[in-house]
Each structure stands twice: as C-alpha cells, then as structure tokens.
Design a protein around this ligand. Structure first.
Ligand SMILES: [Zn+2]
Length: 546
C-alpha cells in the first residue's frame, strides 16, 4: 500500500526544521452557498487536521474533546461513520483512558465514557447477526479496543500522594486556594468543593467568587437587567448577594456552553476554517491587512469574525459523513480571494489525499485577487493499492512509462477539471487568468487537462508527476503551444521516478514552447519551500495583479 498523502505534513515538518515556523493545526470547512451547513466534510480528516489525538493530552482541550466523544458514542454518531473514522475515535477514547490513568485526573469523565461504550456494545450485539457497525473484523477490533479501555478504567485507583509530597492542598496559603477557586467556571464544582473542606467553604461564601463568576459568564447588560429585576441597582456593592444574583442570571440566560471549556474550537468566518484559539491559524487577514476593510465595504460587516464552536455544533458540520464511502466526491475546498476576484488557481491533490492537503499552501501563494479551489478526488478502488479504495482521480495500475494506463478514467477526470475551469469562466474569470496545478497523480491530471483544454490557460504547474497517455501527444493537444508549463520534480523521488518526470518533460518540450523543468536536489516525493516559492513566482509572473 502506498500513500502520497504526505504532501502538507512534509511541508509543515520542513518548515519546522528550517525556521521554527509551524503551521498551527486548522481545517477548512465547506458551507453551502445558502449558508446552511452541508455535510461535505469528513470527520476523520478534521479530527486528524485539528490534531485531536494530542489534544486529549492537553489539559485545556481535554474536556472539549471528551464532550465530543460523549456525543458521538451516545447518539448513533459513531455507527454511522466510515470504518476509518470509527477506528480513529476509538483510538482517541483509548488515549483518554491512558491520559486519565497517568494523570489521575478526570476519572469521572472516563467512567462516563466507559459506561456509554458498554451500552453501545450491548446495543450493537443485540442487532441481527452479521453486521454490527459494518464489517465483522472491524467490529472485532472495536470490541478489543473497548475491552482495553474498560481494563484501564477498572485499574485506576486514586492514590493519595505520599506523605513526603509537599505542598498538600491544605498547606497552601488561603490566597492560593482563593486563586484556584476563582478559576472554577462551573457553579456545581464550586458547591462541591465547599463540602470538601472548611476553608474552601469559607472562601466560596465570599461575594467576590460569585461576583467574578457572574461577570465571567454574563454580559454587563444581562447583569444590569437582573440587578434591576432584583431591585439591587441602588444597593451598595457590599450589600449585594452575588450568589443569588448568579443563580438568577443562570436561570434567566442559561450558562454559555463554550465557557465550560478552557479551550473551545473556533471558526474563522473569513477563512472558513476551524482552529484552536491558543494555537491560532494562518488567517487571510494577516496575509492582507486590508481584507477586513474590503469585507466591510462589501456590506458583509460583521465583527464576529471568529465564533466559538461547541461540540454539538462541530458535529453538525459533519452531518453527512458517509459521503466518501458512497463514491461521491466531497465538495472542493475553496479559499476566497482577498481582493476583488479576477483570477483562480485550481490545484489537484495526489493519490489518497484530499483538497485540504494543499489548501493552506496554495492559499499562501495566491495573489490577493486569486481564488483557490482544491477539489477532492472521488473515493475508488485503486489497482496499485491492491484494489482498496483511496481518493483517486483515476485508476493507477502502476506508475511507470510502459505500463497500460486507465485511459477512460483519465478522460473522465479531465471532463471534471474542464467543468471546474468552465464554471470559473462563466462567473467572469478569463481563461488566461486561471492557473491549473497538481501534485503527483493530480499533477499528471493537471497536465493532461490543461493541454487538452481549448482555451489558453494562464499556466500549468505539475509537481512530482508525469505526462499521462504521452503517446497520444501532440495529437490530443488542444491548447495553444504558448501556454506556460512549470514542471517540478525532486531528484530523490522514490514513487514517481525523477527519470519519468524528465522523460515527460522532453515529450512536453517537443510541442510546448514555454515548458520549464525544475529539479530539486535531495527532494523525495513531496514539496519544499524552494518549490513553493518557485510556484509563487510562476503565479505572480503569469497572473499579474489587475
Ligand atoms: Zn481566518
């Protein structure tokens, strides 16, 4: 089994090595034009891209991730997911169990999850023979994972720290304990700690604790309404009973769900992506400072550029998660232009990847008036992958010069790419302001689709790839022979051999006047900073800003 989906992660790793600049985990989300949320997004992909597995071990994110897991395990959620996503979620649950066991914290959270898993097992076992949760071997694997999680949970004992470990909570000065209490955001936890220890109880009866809690959860306007209602507006501060005020506020407005979590995923309306606020995300606004002003000029003024995404809302983005297993392609990842849209970059990913794999790096190299479209290939059986399904533009029997190719599949995928280009042209973008690009299998498709498109494109960028159906050229060429082509290839590519790229280049040069082949020394089957900056230059040169 091979995997080409290394694209972005390789780039990110290289960034990490070269200049300590790590791209924070983030995930673009596709919304329907009606602003209604569509289920075009893969949960497994999002969980991977947002780094949920290590977030389990991050104290700030633990409760959020657990709330999500709870929702998925309790509803029918998990059973309606594709196998890969089911496996990923159970791995995360196991991670939660290990973390709880190591840290000796949040044991109740784990116990709750274990109970739900047990209920899930019972429910699935009672279903008709044969098909619980899809395939039987997958189910057997799940049963084993759930068993391991139960074992971990049942072995946890709360150990009292030994007598030599200092300081104990009881040894802390009152001011420290007060600071701890002021960080508790759930009133139930506050009331529970009061019953644990007399000093706690004394501190919790302090007005300050409840006053700060009220200000934390509610706005000044809300507090004013309640003060008015309780006829406390004119009462001196020290005569106010903030515990009562807090409960009145809670009953009137409810507690904001996002405040129950130390960290909650956020959604940036401008980039349409999800991210962890503590890590940030590569935002359009930072790349182009006048973007916010342009949005306001366009009348879409909205100060809430980022909004919190509570767990239930997060799952709404994934309402139709089974799409990929039906063979239907997910909607393309679209990054809007920063300034008025006058050009478009369409970039096709490699075998087994998704549009998300390249969206960030393509978003970074686009010009301000350029929109980026990163479509995702349909999920299909791939001969080279032993017939197992992968996101693939067409079937691949092997990647070599002499072996037969999936001509029908290549032509079908080409029609899809031409439709994407035509749809941009219909919306007013000139063909010579549309750049087509792709990596590996996607690069091969970009070459074929670009050369067989009758209108002149701004250019074609073909990374680590080959010219498919090369014997049919130049006969099948429809584009003018002046269309610029940038071919990029690492000379250590172990998957699409460098030699294959070179041969494709010599065929190309025989009938295309502006074809350039760029070599990257030591680069394998992935991308690098030098390549990205060459691509940026290619885009700047051939799609000048208007
Ligand atoms: Zn943003």
């Amino acid at each position: 089994c091979i995997s080409e989906c290394s694209s972005t992660s390789d780039i990110e790793n290289e960034n990490e090595n070269s200049d300590n600049e790590v791209v924070p985990p983030h995930c673009h989300i596709t919304l329907k034009c009606t602003r209604e949320i569509a289920g075009f997004n893969g949960l497994g992909e999002a969980v991977r891209r947002l780094d949920f597995r290590s977030s389990v071990r991050d104290g700030r994110r633990f409760n959020y991730v657990c709330a999500l897991l709870r929702l998925l395990v309790s509803g029918k959620g998990i059973t309606s997911l594709p196998g890969g996503a089911q496996r990923l979620l159970l791995q995360m649950l196991e991670e939660v169990a290990t973390y709880v066991s190591d840290s000796q914290q949040n044991i109740n959270v784990l116990r709750g999850l274990v109970q739900q898993l047990r209920a899930l097992l019972n429910q699935e076992n009672q279903k008709c023979w044969g098909k619980p949760l899809g395939s039987q071997s997958l189910w057997a694997e799940h049963v084993q994972t759930i068993q391991r999680i139960q074992d971990i949970a049942s072995q946890i004992e709360i150990k009292e720290p030994g007598p030599n470990i200092r300081p104990k909570l009881h040894d802390l000065p009152e001011e420290c304990v007060r600071e701890i209490i002021l960080r508790i955001t759930d009133y139930k936890d506050l009331e529970a700690s009061a019953s644990a220890w007399s000093l706690m109880a004394a501190l919790i009866s302090e007005q300050r604790v409840w006053r700060e809690l009220s200000h934390y959860h509610f706005t000044k306007q809300q507090i004013d309404v309640i003060l008015e209602k309780m006829c406390l507006q004119d009462t001196k501060e020290r005569h106010r009973n903030w515990q009562a005020i807090y409960h009145a506020l809670r009953k009137m407005y409810g507690v904001r769900e996002e405040l129950q979590y130390t960290e909650i995923l956020a959604f940036c309306r401008l980039c349409r992506c999800l991210f962890w606020p503590s890590a940030g995300h590569p935002c359009i606004v930072d790349q182009c400072p006048d973007f916010r002003q342009r949005v306001q000029e366009a009348g879409n003024s909205n100060n809430n550029e980022t909004q919190p995404v509570p767990p239930a809302k997060f799952l709404q983005y994934f309402s139709l998660i089974a799409l990929s297993s039906t063979g239907m392609a997910a909607a393309p990842v679209i990054i809007p232009s920063v300034a008025k849209h006058t050009s478009t970059l369409i970039f096709l990913h490699g075998l087994g990847d998704t549009g998300h794999g390249w969206a960030t790096s393509m978003g970074a190299l686009r010009t301000p008036d350029m929109k980026v479209i990163c479509p995702t290939a349909p999920n299909m059986p791939v001969t080279m992958n032993g017939g197992f399904r992968l996101n693939s533009w067409f079937d691949l029997k092997s990647i070599s010069i002499s072996d037969p190719e999936d001509e029908e599949g290549i032509k079908k995928a080409t029609r899809y790419v031409h439709e994407l280009i035509q749809s941009e042209m219909k919306s007013g973008i000139l063909s010579n302001r549309i750049v087509l690009g792709g990596f590996s299998q996607g690069g091969a498709l970009a070459l074929y689709a670009g050369l067989t498109f009758a209108e002149p494109l701004a250019g074609v960028m073909a990374l680590s790839c080959w010219l498919p159906l090369h014997k049919s050229f130049p006969g099948v060429r429809k584009c003018p022979d002046t269309v610029p082509v940038l071919q990029c290839h690492g000379d250590c590519d172990p998957i699409v051999f460098y030699k294959f790229g070179q041969l494709s280049s010599s065929v190309l040069k025989s009938f295309m006047k502006n074809s350039h082949f760029q070599t990257y020394q030591g680069l394998g089957h992935s991308s690098c900073d030098a390549e990205l900056s060459d691509m940026k230059k290619f885009v700047d040169d051939h799609v000048p800003r208007q």
